[in-house]
Design a binder for this molecule. Structure first.
Ligand code: MGD
Ligand code: MGD
Ligand code: SF4
Ligand code: MO
Length: 699
């Protein structure tokens, strides 16, 4: 039974990367969310998910005791913590003994706090000694992260705070449905327009966000790369480039320019379906403004060419001098609650804390020193998320999963579900019995956001403190307690504290001197300062006086020579293009009232009532061709599988494309259909485009 510790506790929402501030008040089963108007990011506003988040704290469907699968019945049945933890330790160590450390996999999540992500990465490398760790953030921002790295030498979602958006002259928002995915942030776009700035939205659908735009470009899914190159072509042809900026602050323009000049507007119109006059209008709006931004989200990023696509949008910013200057620049809107911090502290296959690289000898030596191990004992980089899931039951025999529900959210999900079922041993820590937890040998019930303290890093790079506000039910433990106990059972009594602040203090030291330097940040500072932006190094004397860095790159970029790098990229088609058998394009995404795999939000009555199930959005012209009727079932079928949902007919989508949200399991699971083709650099799957045929009825 949750029991409030204090009258009102300031904390943050458990869901998306906006990390809205809120106050929690009340006691027992009546924990109530109260506005926190003084917190700058959302200024008191919340979406329905944040407002109803306490419902899951006292819900009957949350897990309150460990479950162990009994050989006699084959069923998950209640067990003591002692038995459950012992079973996990035995399961993982047996695999390690028989097959070696790399046969044990670990899968994390971008919703985990910095402390959990850090402890999970350390647990994998130090206790299990495995290289086989990755996380769901690979499915989220990895393409933008890779493009950030290669252009700017640093990856932080937004290089400026959200409050800079209304002060810009023009924003191009590419494949973000902010009005549904971060509703309180829509206000920044409204203010931009009230201040005389212009908004361009690029989305194959006329979303609630696109409805706010001065100009809506609706490209064919999978063609943003050509679109961005076409805009750059027009900017060059019309003399809108900033030669001084290119000369003083960038490198590589010659090759990037040549690549863009191969994408003349008429060709781009043919590829994208966006007309030449609209291309010219977009360039005019972007270049006439004194300052301008490009912000991308999953629409252009979740493709087998997501990294190159983001690079093309960055090239447009650099060529027109719209980067490294006030109220200008490229930014990526990250996704999960700790989508940013979750990729900085070591749960990614190739990473060590502080956004260090696992294959960098100096980074290995530094982190090994903090961990009290030898650099040689640290494993090398492992596989990316999809490749790791695809290897389950192959050379990876056991898996520890924390903070993801891949049975619903992974591409080609029926295949991945089969891989998970073929594991020798699966342990899942979760707050509810997700579709993936239901397949586990052991399920560990963990505390929720309001029952534990920890830090998250929001889409602006602002490190925030989520404070414990209520007591957890007696049968649950925190993820940190779980990792601490498992480490102890596996022979590491020291080095895995369960206290979050203790973990954070170690994380600070591990991150010191790295790209994402948190060493000057303390829990106290965060609470007093509405969050602290990294990098925030400790100064030479060990003092914590560095103000943090809300705005990056104003003087120099984070590359060795301080210059931003153009990357020469050319358009290429999607991994799967429509043909006679699969003539329609499928794209996927979100609705406002459900979150991700729906494991949490499908268990909140109010949200479920608002968004009870999947649907197939399609244009009246396509509906007529198929004989589809509003509300009647349509089957969407690809080479990988099928998903069924009622037709939702709207003129707000291209006639060659259907859209399905991905929040549901079972026959409405759109990930049964999606294509796991991976981006060669980021290893991002192609969630946002594949070829399908659409038919009436469930068959
Ligand atoms: N309600 C809600 N909010 C969320 C989440 C949630 O599950 N539910 N999840 C959070 C997370 S983890 C994330 S990553 C963010 C995601 O936030 P968004 O990126 O805003 O969400 P999506 O709906 O996946 O995709 C955005 C838009 O991309 C468009 N799109 C599809 N294909 C293409 C294409 O080829 N090109 C372009 N330009 N656009 C395309 C879709 O039509 C859609 O409107 O949301 C966060 N917030
Ligand atoms: N078709 C399609 N598929 C997609 C996408 C898309 O746009 N289209 N988007 C992709 C993206 S961007 C993302 S981010 C992924 C997300 O997909 P998932 O990785 O499945 O994300 P969630 O549904 O948030 O799963 C989190 C799980 O962890 C549990 N959980 C929450 N907090 C904690 C915690 O603190 N500790 C522990 N141990 N468990 C916790 C939740 O109950 C839930 O079961 O989906 C990807 N899949
Ligand atoms: S916008 Fe995101 S952080 Fe804010 S209340 Fe909604 S889900 Fe929570
Ligand atoms: Mo995401």
């Amino acid at each position: 039974m949750p029991d409030v510790l204090d009258d009102t506790t300031p904390t943050h929402c458990p869901y998306c990367a906006l990390q809205c501030g809120m106050n929690l008040r009340g006691r027992a089963e009546a924990v109530e969310v109260v506005e926190r108007p003084d917190f700058p990011v959302n200024r008191g506003a919340l979406c329905g998910k944040g407002r109803t988040a306490p419902a899951l704290l006292s819900s009957r469907v949350r897990l309150t005791e460990p479950l162990v699968r009994r050989p006699a019945t084959g069923r998950l049945e209640p067990a003591t913590w002692e038995e459950a933890l012992r079973t996990v330790a035995t399961g993982l160590s047996r695999t390690r003994t028989v097959y070696g450390p790399d046969a044990v996999g670990v899968f994390g999540g971008g919703g985990l706090t910095n402390e959990k992500a850090y402890a999970l990465g350390k647990f994998a490398r130090v206790v299990l000694g495995t290289s086989q760790i990755d996380y769901n953030g690979r499915f989220c921002m990895s393409s933008a992260a890779a493009a950030h790295q290669r252009a700017f030498g640093l990856d932080r979602g937004l290089p400026f705070p959200l409050e800079d958006i209304p002060r810009s002259g023009c924003v191009i928002l590419v494949g973000s449905n902010l009005a549904e995915t971060m509703p309180p942030a829509l206000r920044y776009l409204t203010e931009l327009r009230e201040n005389g700035g212009t908004l361009i939205v690029v989305d194959p659908r006329r979303t609630r966000t696109a409805e706010q735009a001065d100009l809506h470009l609706a490209p064919r899914p999978g063609t943003d790369l050509a679109l961005a190159l076409g805009l750059l072509h027009v900017a060059v042809a019309e003399g809108r480039t900033d030669e001084e900026f290119i000369r003083d602050r960038t490198s590589g323009w010659g090759e990037a320019r040549a690549a863009a000049m191969a994408h003349w507007p008429e060709l781009v119109e043919r590829i994208t379906g966006v007309g030449v006059p609209e291309l010219r209008e977009a360039v005019r709006m972007f270049c006439d403004a004194e300052s301008a931004m490009v912000l991308t989200a999953r629409g252009p990023e979740q493709h087998s060419k997501g990294t190159d696509t983001v690079s093309a949008w960055i090239n447009l910013c650099l060529a027109t001098g719209r980067a490294g200057r006030p109220f200008s620049g490229y930014g990526c809107l990250t996704g999960q609650g700790n989508g940013q911090g979750g990729r900085e502290h070591g749960q990614k296959a190739d990473q060590l804390p502080g956004y260090r690289k696992l294959d960098d000898p100096a980074a290995r030596a530094h982190v090994a020193g903090v961990w009290g191990v030898t650099p040689e004992s640290l494993p090398g980089p492992g596989r990316s998320a999809y490749e790791l899931l695809d290897a389950l039951g192959g050379d990876v025999k056991s898996l520890l999963l924390m903070g993801s529900n891949p049975v619903v959210s992974a591409p080609r999900a029926a295949h991945i579900e089969g891989r998970i079922r073929s594991l020798d041993f699966l342990a899942v820590a979760d707050v509810v019995l997700s579709e993936t937890a239901a397949l586990a040998d052991v399920v560990l019930p963990v505390t929720q956001w309001a029952e534990e303290t920890g830090t998250t890093t929001n889409l602006e790079g602002r490190v925030l403190l989520r404070q414990k506000a209520v007591q957890a039910p007696p049968g649950v433990r925190s993820d940190l307690e779980v990792l601490s106990a498992l480490a102890g059972l596996l022979g590491h009594e020291k080095g895995f504290p369960a206290d979050p602040e203790e973990v954070f203090e170690e994380l600070r030291r591990a991150s010191a001197g790295g790209p994402a330097d948190y060493s000057g940040i303390t829990y106290r500072r965060i609470a007093e300062e509405d969050g602290v932006f990294w990098p925030c190094p400790e100064d030479g004397t060990g003092a914590r006086t560095h103000p943090g860095t809300p705005r990056l790159f104003l003087e120099r970029f984070a590359t060795p020579d301080g210059r931003a790098r153009f990357i020469a990229v050319g358009h290429r088609p999607a991994a799967e293009e429509p043909d006679a058998e699969y003539p329609v394009l499928l794209t996927t995404g979100r609705v406002v009232s459900q979150y991700q795999s729906g494991a949490q939000t499908r268990r909140v009555d109010e949200l479920n009532a608002a968004a009870p199930g999947p649907f197939v959005e399609l244009h009246p012209l396509l509906a007529e061709r198929l004989g589809a009727v509003e509300g009647e079932p349509l089957a969407v079928v690809s080479r990988r599988g099928r998903a069924v949902g009622p037709a939702r007919i709207t003129t707000g989508i291209r006639a060659d494309t259907v859209f399905m949200p991905f929040h549901w399991p079972g026959e409405g699971r759109v990930n049964s259909v999606t294509n796991p083709a991976l981006d060669p650099t980021s290893r991002m799957p192609e969630f946002k485009v594949c070829a399908v045929r659409v038919g009436r009825g469930p068959g």
